[in-house]
Design a protein around this ligand. Structure first.
Ligand code: SF4
Ligand code: SF4
Length: 150
């Protein structure tokens, strides 16, 4: 992937939208759709398997299906296209435009106290941006693209 393609998946704060559960066409979304399709009408069998296999875990299939449907129907287009659904206090999305940078590490004020993040997210963002600064956007993306976000 080139720089502009990577930008669609990496937010200005450095978080990987591409592996976020809410990202439309992200791995979690695509895998959930595939699994939902593969399971077909499993509802009918789930109830039968409780007795046939003496396996009470199948009683939870309804809840599992609801969550799977949720993951399969998410539609976030990523931080550069719409307001983040997870971090309502984020200032970075607007701020990076004002500062005319693609990522925080490119900003003369990095690391700053204007992100709006809690301590955990702030530390994560500083670590990510420091790493991007060290090795570059393309190499960083290759390093993390298949790493689970959670
Ligand atoms: S903008 Fe927020 S909710 Fe949307 S994919 Fe990125 S991190 Fe997830
Ligand atoms: S001021 Fe802070 S939040 Fe805004 S772009 Fe610069 S480093 Fe990022």
């Amino acid at each position: 992937m080139n720089y502009s393609q990577i930008k669609k998946r990496l937010a200005p704060c450095g978080l990987h939208c591409g592996n976020c559960f809410a990202f439309a066409d992200g791995d979690i979304n695509k895998t959930s759709n595939k699994l939902r399709k593969s399971l077909g009408d499993f509802d009918i069998y789930a109830q039968r398997f409780v007795d046939l296999l003496d396996e009470p875990v199948f009683e939870k299939y309804g809840d599992f299906k609801k969550l799977l449907s949720y993951f399969a129907s998410v539609d976030c287009k990523g931080c550069r296209n719409e307001k983040c659904k997870l971090f309502s206090n984020c200032n970075v999305r607007d701020c990076h435009k004002t500062k005319k940078v693609d990522f925080c590490y490119q900003c003369s004020e990095f690391p700053c106290d204007n992100t709006g993040f809690d301590e955990h997210l702030y530390n994560r963002s500083v670590t990510i941006n420091s790493r991007i600064k060290e090795i570059g956007v393309e190499e960083y993306y290759n390093e993390i693209k298949d790493v689970p976000r959670y």
